[in-house]
Design a protein around this ligand. Structure first.
Ligand code: GDP
Length: 337
């Protein structure tokens, strides 16, 4: 059901009540707006289609208080037909009973006509809650949704819940989990990443959507937030440089990294271009504290980022380059677009 649209991109739809945080989420995740600046955002107005340079496709809907979106006059087919996941945002700092009632009505309607859509509930703005209150609220929301749905005859509804905030990495990690469910090739990607890690003694490898910093796959070793944070911060460094120079690789190479092959601790050790690719591929390897980070663009949306321990001297780079090349070739088979 997912990915059947022309360009094969996973499609997400973000819904929820006014002021629940939809515009903020979309601005922070997809437009790199600093979270504190969301205070001045205009609230979402009706339906907003986002078009962005990303692996996924994304639409934001305002809470349709005055529109019955299951009204036959309303063209739901066009909208829900292409959606892989519906993300429902609930403001955990606000009164949420009405939001839950709306959510359940939507779930029951979707179940009849679009059972393939994943329903993902973001219990949002949890940064403002104390730890105890936060987990109580989370449990209460889950319980109420499930109780109401089973009262309506829908047992064990496949609805997932996440605690999110735009002030930390939780919103990105929640999106990562949502998006991974929509990628049929995920097991293949995971096993490719697993073999890359074991061949090169890489601790953790992520396949990132560069613009959003959502990871669409990682190897199957345990994931902790700190390695995600290190890798996602590294994208910021690389992408910011690239934006400044308008993705002109030659300029980047000359201005920041063009100093030969010597490894200078704390500095980039290599940036190169690979020819004959559809998209030019940026490769960098850098020492960061006790770790080495390796980044390589895989296609126009995705980059591979690997985290290695201190025992990985830069002369291992040839081995990594080779194995990542193998990985990249395999990726072309998986995502030929
Ligand atoms: P929308 O109407 O659903 O699009 O909601 P907005 O994106 O306009 O957000 C409403 C308010 O919630 C804004 O003042 C945001 O700064 C705030 N907000 C959004 N996300 C968060 C969050 O994760 N934590 C906190 N504390 N506030 C948030």
């Amino acid at each position: 059901p997912n990915g059947k649209i022309g360009d094969n991109k996973p499609r997400l739809l973000l819904m929820g009540q006014r002021r629940s945080g939809k515009s903020s989420i979309s601005s922070v995740v997809f437009h790199k707006l600093p979270p504190s600046e969301t205070l001045y955002l205009e609230t979402t107005t009706r339906i907003k289609k986002e078009s962005m340079h990303s692996f996924m496709d994304f639409q934001v809907w305002d809470f349709p208080g005055h529109v019955d979106y299951f009204d036959p006059a309303f063209d739901t087919e066009n909208i829900f037909d292409e959606i892989g996941a519906l993300i429902w945002v609930i403001d955990a700092q606000d009164e949420y009973l009405d939001a839950i009632a709306r959510l359940n009505t939507t779930i029951l309607n979707l179940q009849q006509h679009y059972p393939a859509i994943n329903v993902e509930v973001f219990v949002h703005k949890v940064d403002g809650l104390s730890d105890d209150y936060r987990s109580d609220t989370f449990r209460d929301i889950i319980q109420r949704v499930q109780d109401e749905l089973s009262d309506a005859g829908y047992e064990n509804a496949p609805v997932s819940f996440y605690q999110t905030s735009i002030y930390d990495h939780s919103i990105f990690e929640a999106f990562s989990k949502v998006i991974q469910k929509l990628i049929p090739e995920l097991p293949t990607l995971e096993s490719l990443l697993n073999s890359l890690c074991s061949n090169c003694r890489i601790e953790k490898a992520y396949l990132f959507d560069v613009l959003s910093k959502i990871y669409i796959a990682t190897d199957t070793s345990p994931t902790d937030s700190s390695s995600y944070e290190i890798c996602s911060d590294y994208i910021d460094v690389v992408v910011d440089v690239s934006e400044i120079y308008g993705w002109d690789r030659n300029l980047i190479e000359k201005s920041s990294y063009g100093r030969g092959d010597e490894a200078i601790p704390g500095e980039a050790v290599a940036v190169e271009e690979t020819g004959n690719q559809d998209a030019e591929s940026l490769i960098t390897m850098e020492r960061k504290g006790n770790n080495y980070l390796y980044l390589r663009e895989i296609n126009k949306y995705l980059a591979l980022i690997c985290l290695m321990g201190d025992d990985s001297p830069s002369d291992k780079k040839a081995l990594i380059d080779y194995n990542v090349g193998v990985f990249q070739a395999a990726m072309k088979e998986v995502f030929p677009r």
